[in-house]
Design a protein around this ligand. Sequence first.
Ligand code: ASP
Length: 346
Amino acid sequence: MNLHRVLLAVVLSGIVAVSEAAVPPVLVIHGGAGVIKRDLTPTKEKAIRAALTQALEAGYARLKAGKSAVGAVSAAIVVLEDDPNFNAGKGAVFTHDGKNELDAAIMDGERRRAGAVAGVQHIKNPILLARAVMDKTPYVMLAGSGAEDFARSIGMPLVDAAYFRTDARWQQLQKARKEDASGKLHADEGTAKHFGTVGAVALDVHGHLAAGTSTGGMTDKRWGRIGDSPIIGAGTYANSDCAVSATGWGEFYIRTVAAHAICMRVSQMRIPIQRAAAVVVNQEIPALGGNGGAIALDAHGNIAIPFNTDGMYRGWIDASGVPHVAIYGDEDDSTAEPPAPAASVH
Ligand code: ASP
């Protein structure tokens, strides 16, 4: 090899090393949209902020260690599934029949691999089963008892259905049943029934994105209802340019294929992620009568967290490495879409 080639090889390997190191990891999480101030006691608010921080730390530690975005997303979501304050894993909402039926999905943006489970009743961490579906089967989505058979086949322990129960969620079901029986319909019906779904999107040091979402769905749901969270493209989606996890009134997120709609604007139309996410969450979905929010992240580390509810449990660690946690709508707008530049006057 002549000297020029050797020099070129050295320079190139330096560039690769610099560009790899030049992708600072980013993690964004949510714990559901809704949140009316009067609903939160100071104790509960503190617990929620602590859980969001713990989830950020769990996921970010993996990203800092050079682990994959998929690993960071599942680590963050496991923390929130295990916390009874969120509508995922322990603390999930009840169905009309008094059961907990859980949905989850995960997607690896780089290779567009995905895994999902729907309507499982004995899986402590549905996000881990969704990941196993992605990693260990030729399928994308498994449902109900079949998904649980698969869990057994890979040695994942099943838990008793009573594990998921919390009194707060049980009381919510009693209230929802009464309202249903009285035929009382609220404009905010969707919001009231879907607090606390959890999700995460991550960008790893290799520049790869991933998204994941886990939920108990909506209080009082019937007949095997499945929401948007486990449906790839609706509540969860990632490709090499964009990752999204949504939360809100699932039927509207399915009908707008919301997560995919955001990512297609980013990938194909080259629309900035904050605009893309705001158009879908704050215009398309409310125009149909739905509500909720989403977290979105692009491959440059730009973050969007639009929501059209009073608040959204959310947290992020951007390229600066500083963790942020917020709950209410007016609390921190650093991830909001910047105002459009004033039109120039000639
Ligand atoms: N989107 C979820 C569902 O409809 C609920 C939520 O995000 O709060 O199942």
